[in-house]
Design a protein around this ligand. Structure first.
Ligand SMILES: [Zn+2]
Length: 80
């Protein structure tokens, strides 16, 4: 039940994140985030932790290495 509520609130939040920016979006996101925080605080003891794949994929990955773009300049040769 609790887990289902968290899943529903995460779904609502991620749908709202797709809305165009507006005061309604800001207020709605604040409300749903407050609900999620409340549900996290009142999680029953021993409840299976809820993990949201959408939230996990959006987090920065500390082990992700971003390689610089290869140079487009031709390799310069040394004069012998
Ligand atoms: Zn989520």
């Amino acid at each position: 039940m609790h887990r289902d509520s968290l899943a529903m609130e995460h779904y609502r939040m991620h749908v709202m994140e797709q809305w165009p920016d507006s005061p309604t979006k800001t207020a709605s996101l604040a409300a749903v985030r407050a609900t999620i925080e409340s549900l996290e605080r009142t999680k029953p003891a021993g409840a299976t932790p809820f993990t949201c794949a959408e939230c996990l994929s959006a987090r920065p990955r500390p082990n992700l290495v971003v390689l610089p773009a290869p140079s487009l300049r031709p390799t310069q040769r040394r004069a012998a």
